[in-house]
Every structure is written in C-alpha cells, then in structure tokens.
Design a protein around this ligand. Sequence first.
Ligand code: ATP
Length: 363
Amino acid sequence: GKGVAVFTSGGDSQGMNAAVRAVVRMGLYVGARVFFIKEGYQGMVDGGDHIQEANWSSVSGIIHKGGTVIGSARCTDFRQRDGRVKAAKNLIKRGITNLVVIGGDGSLTGANLFKQDWPSLLSLLVKNGEITEEEKAANSHLNIVGMVGSIDNDFCGTDMTIGTDSALHRIIEAVDAIAATAYSHQRCFILEVMGRHCGYLALVAALTSEADYVFIPENPPPENWGEKVCNKLKQERSMGQRLNIILVAEGAIDQQGDPITAEGVKKVIVDNLGFDTRITVLGHVQRGGSPSAFDRLLGCRMGAEAVLALMEATPETEPCVISLDGNQSVRVPLMGCVLKTQAVARAMQERKWDEAVTMRGRS
Ligand code: ATP
C-alpha cells in the first residue's frame, strides 16, 4: 500500500486528535501504510523514533483529548534546505510519499515548498549516495494534503478551522462563570480573549454571551470610544443590570492602530464611572479542555477526506486543503488559500479593514 504520514505543526488546537485518528483509520481502511510523525517538522527532520507506523488501536482513546497527542513544534531546521534534505531521506527510507499536514498557514507553506523542492532533494540524495536511483524512481512524487487546526478561525478558504468551536465553548463557560460573581458584587468584568489578527472568537463570544461591548482588530471603535463604553455601561445599570461584561480581543486596536488593552478599558471605566472593575485574561485556557462534538466531527470528516484526496492524487495534482464549505468537506487549492490568508494579514497591517474582511469572506 501507499505510505501516508500525518503530523501536527504550529500551535495546537482541540480536534487535532480526531483528525489524526481519522487519517490513520481511513488510511488503513483503504489499504495504505500509515505513519505518525511526532513533534511536527522537527520529527520529520530527526527521523528515528519520531516516525512510527500506526495501527488501528494506536489511535483509540484520543478523540476526546485536547491538544495533539503526537506533539507539535516550531522547527527552524525545516526552513533550511539541509533540514528538508534530511526530512526527505527519512520519508523515502520508509516509503512515505503522501503527507497530511495539520497546522496553520506557516505549516502549509512549508509543506508546499517541500513538494516543490522534492525532485531536487531526491537528486541531491542520490548524488550524495544516501538513496539509490531505484529509491528515487519509486518515490518521485510527493503528495500533500492540508487541514487547518487553529482556534482563531483566521484561515481563508474554510468556514471553520479545527479548534475554533471548542475555544468558543471555553470562552462562553468562562464568561458565564464570571457573570455569576459579577452579578453578586455588581462588578464590571473585562475579559481578554485570543485573536491577534482575527476577532472571530471575541465577536462570536460577545454575541452569544450577552456582552455589553466588544473590541476586535477588524473594527477599530470611533475616537470617542471611552465615552461610548461609559454611556452604554451607565445605561445598562440604570435599567437594573447588576453587572457588565466587556470582551477585548488580544489584537484590538484604535483608529490610530494603537492597541486597546483590557487595562486601558479598565482605566477609562474606573476614572469615569468608578465601577468596581476587574480583568480576566483567559489565555491558554481557551486551547485547553476537551474538543466539542463539532470539532471532533470536523476532524473526522476532514481527516477521512484528506486520505481520499491522497489516494486519488496523480503526479499533476496540486496540494489541497480540506475545507468546510456550507457543511460539506471539500478540497480547495492549498497555495491559493495560504496566499489569500497572507493577503488578509497584510491588509490588516495596512489598516485596510474593510478590504481584509471582504477578502476573508465567509471564512
Ligand atoms: P500557527 O497559526 O499556530 O502559528 P503555523 O503553521 O502558521 O501555525 P508557524 O510557526 O508559522 O505556525 O509554522 C510552523 C512550522 O512550519 C515552522 O516552525 C517551520 O518548521 C514550518 N514552516 C513555516 N513556514 C515555512 C517556510 N516558509 N518554509 C519552510 N518551513 C516553514
């Protein structure tokens, strides 16, 4: 059977294990040999025990776990050609020419580069006597399929990334818990949530938790936001509300592009209203806990589709990403999505928010 390897790379997210499990089991089901690569690209470069053949039971009991049981890493070696030469050798020695990468846009870019480099890496390995001409001929094409694991939902080309829904659950649980204590003491709580370039988590959490105000990177508030926030809070209290909840995305900014921080918002409220105001930074709690049913199912569906895409690949097939489009898992061109995602990030940096949001579209 074909050799397929799966690995997770970049930041972890809930639901990655479901995706790994689906790749392994679908791979075995269609008669492939399936391998785990531990610690992302670092494991591919280092080889040895980092690349292990999987069987049906090696992925049992992981679907409910957060994070990624096969480990993830950032790897500088793989950015160098030397590292990619080592990685190619480690794959060829095991007959692996099909890769499933689960990560963010950086990890997918690396995979695309690896595929482009593949023929020349093989030639170099032959020249150095590390592989034979026969091995080169038998492994001449590398197939790549990606899946996006990220809590931020910041990738263009898919309606949802693996992990976003679970992170939203964590945030909502935290807001609900805090609302109870805020109510008791008539306090104002400011919660900082993740999202450096993408306000999806903050926005959806605010909509679904009845927050009074939300700050996101894509929509800098008017210059007089301090006044507007205070008026809103006063109005809520005058209507009998005993608490206030404000959500601030990590990357929130004002019209000048300066950060809007939880501390900054607190100062405005305390100085103007004198409310008892507290800050909670949710941090990595958002990446913790068990994956939601949605993320488990998303990982399963994407993982199964990834294997089918690899099995159907021909030497001409371009790398694809498995994406969710209107509740269907579909294949979309990998580099097209990566370039669009990077263009959105650039537009955000240049403060062209409307352009960024329009480009990001449904995703
Ligand atoms: P996250 O969104 O969580 O940050 P990511 O996949 O974008 O995930 P990165 O740190 O950008 O995270 O990339 C993960 C790894 O992918 C890097 O440590 C590196 O090994 C590899 N990688 C990223 N970009 C490239 C590139 N241009 N060339 C080769 N390898 C790359």
